[in-house]
Design a protein around this ligand. Structure first.
Ligand code: SF4
Length: 131
């Protein structure tokens, strides 16, 4: 169990750095401006944000997230958005955003063979208990 499961205090889910000289760094944020994800955890993963791509000085393709408000718009909303997309993160392809935006990746459903292996492992572990 994570410590965050033990508290009703949700202050760790967001804050606004009012002293930051760049605030507001993304236009269009309607709710509290969440600075917690200033460096977006999804930068290296597939995401639904309206990013553009550019080539940096080292020749690498990168995301330009200037137009994205998803990690910033509301403390709880942006926290929940990031948590959902980190449930099954998939490395970014390096390609431009799709239209419509890429869907949230889901883990593959276990096959019957996976289930049989899982049951055998559990049965083997129970048999190893020395009872
Ligand atoms: S487009 Fe938005 S969600 Fe995607 S990496 Fe950039 S800031 Fe994060």
């Amino acid at each position: 169990m994570q410590p965050k499961d033990l508290t009703d205090n949700e202050a760790f889910k967001g804050f606004t750095n009012s002293a930051c000289p760049f605030l507001p760094c993304h236009k269009g944020v309607a709710r509290e401006f969440n600075c917690l994800f200033c460096y977006c955890p999804l930068i290296a993963y597939e995401c639904p944000g309206p990013y553009q791509t550019y080539t940096d000085a080292n020749g690498l393709t990168r995301k330009d997230c200037s137009a994205c408000t998803l990690p910033h718009d509301g403390y709880l909303q942006s926290w929940n958005f990031i948590q959902r997309w980190l449930e099954y993160p998939q490395p970014w392809s390096g390609k431009p955003q799709t239209d419509p935006p890429v869907r949230r990746p889901r883990p593959p459903k276990p096959t019957d063979a996976d289930e049989i292996h899982r049951r055998r492992r559990e049965a083997g572990a129970a048999g190893d208990s020395g009872d």
